[in-house]
Write a protein that binds this ligand. Structure first.
Ligand code: SF4
Length: 432
């Protein structure tokens, strides 16, 4: 018997197959070709966007975005904490049930009140923050969404959506507002995308894109790169398709195993992450489209937008959270009699997070230190706002892995245009 047990224990563990890393092009650089890409991008903006849309994007998004970052830098020097950008989850309600999504849609439906939304935006304006990312759930299922755009004409809104709501009427309204850029989430060609998001979703979103293009709306596609789909979603054919469809930018995320339904098989290995970084640079040099990542600065150093105080997430219950992936909060937008500036500036939880990250990494602490992060959040007295009541358990169950932090192996931006945007305009702020 003992011998049997010994034999059992000694049984070799079958080696896990090494993740596949596709080859890179490694094509020789051409200065002329790269400038041509920029010229084509300019031409596309000039000829493809409605004049009002283009003007509002240039003024409200690019110019005011720069002012917002400068004001943020001044606040930092004074030791004040208030972000130049804010993610606002209008509701947790959604019409789809995508695999791997961490938003709880089955329980109570929550909606931010119009007063909460006004408070966030009006407080932001006083700090020169005019750019807001609206998300959900599905933000277009929030009834008053167009009123937000109309009421705050001096702000610019990015709406992260599944693309199912671009009816003729909604597109006409978006065009009339002009201060909105939809970011449509699609995770691969029809087969891959619908596997994750549901049957018929790709085709329905494509119809929406056609309407947006026809109306001259500035829009982009968002793509979560996973181990299995990254070669597909970063292929030339994929990017070219969305250029043809009228998208001006493509925004790549890397999958994070969060929520009640974590998919380890979607996670990206370190080798794949290096490939992802190098491939981003190749795509930027080749395609007349903004190729955006949220992980590296112009020098190729990793950074966490929340840790440097560039942006926080307001959940549909008004909770002030570190980022969309971490639905824990100690403060809400209604605290201190609704003085949001004081609530954020004096938040020990948010300030402590910066310190927590600084002591460990430049990358993502969710991926690298999930258990220590769990303890930090719990010890801070933050509550679970996920709606599931299981978010602490889920965070604690994450298997630690590498993130975008690759010390000694940083890969800097090699195209002057992106280097300029990251270092001067957007400060590597998570946009680009
Ligand atoms: S903690 Fe991770 S997911 Fe959240 S903002 Fe930082 S890098 Fe992004």
């Amino acid at each position: 018997m003992a011998q049997l047990v010994e034999e059992k224990q000694a049984a070799p563990v079958p080696p896990r197959p090494a993740p596949r890393v596709p080859p890179l092009e490694n094509a020789p650089r051409s200065f002329v070709k790269e400038q041509l890409v920029l010229a084509k991008l300019g031409w596309r903006a000039l000829t493809g966007l409605a004049p009002k849309v283009a003007w509002k994007a240039a003024y409200l998004y690019a110019f005011k975005g720069m002012l917002a970052v400068n004001a943020y830098k001044r606040r930092q020097k004074r030791g004040e904490l208030y972000p130049p950008f804010m993610f606002i989850a209008l509701t947790n309600v959604c019409n789809l049930r995508c695999h791997g999504c961490w938003v709880e849609k089955e329980g109570t439906a929550h909606y931010l009140t119009p007063e909460d939304i006004d408070r966030i935006i009006v407080t932001g304006k006083k700090q020169k923050a005019y750019y807001y990312t609206l998300l959900g759930g599905e933000p277009f299922m929030y009834k008053g969404i167009f009123e937000i755009f109309q009421k705050h004409k001096d702000c610019y809104f990015q709406v992260i959506t599944n693309g199912m709501f671009f009816t003729e009427e909604n597109v006409r309204k978006l065009n009339a507002c002009g201060n909105v850029t939809p970011l449509i989430s699609l995770d691969g060609w029809k087969e891959q995308n619908d596997l994750r998001r549901g049957k018929g979703v790709f085709e329905s979103a494509e119809k929406g894109l056609e309407r947006l293009k026809k109306a001259g709306i500035l829009f982009g596609t968002a793509c979560t790169a996973t181990g299995p789909n990254m070669e597909e979603v970063m292929s030339d054919a994929y990017v070219e398709h969305f250029i043809k469809q009228g998208a001006m930018y493509i925004w790549y995320y890397v999958y994070r195993p969060m929520g009640s339904e974590m998919h380890d098989e979607y996670c990206v290995s370190r080798e794949q992450l290096v490939w992802y970084r190098k491939r981003l640079l190749e795509l930027r040099r080749k395609h007349p489209m903004f190729v955006i990542d949220t992980y590296w600065t112009a020098k190729g150093e990793a950074f966490c937008p929340a840790a440097v105080g560039l942006g926080y997430h307001i959940g549909p219950q008004g909770s002030i959270e570190i980022c969309p992936a971490l639905s824990f909060a100690k403060d809400t937008v209604r605290d201190r009699g609704g003085d949001l500036y004081a609530t954020i500036n004096e938040s020990e939880y948010l300030r402590g997070f910066t310190k927590f990250v600084k002591e460990r990494t430049k990358g993502c602490v969710i991926l690298e230190y999930p258990q220590q992060l769990h303890d930090y959040i719990q010890d801070s007295g933050a509550k679970d706002f996920s709606g599931r009541g299981t978010a602490f358990k889920e965070l604690n169950a994450i298997v630690p892995r590498h993130s975008q932090h690759m010390p000694e192996n940083e890969i800097p931006e090699d195209f002057w245009f992106y280097r300029f945007l990251k270092s001067q305009v957007f400060f590597g702020m998570g946009a680009m």
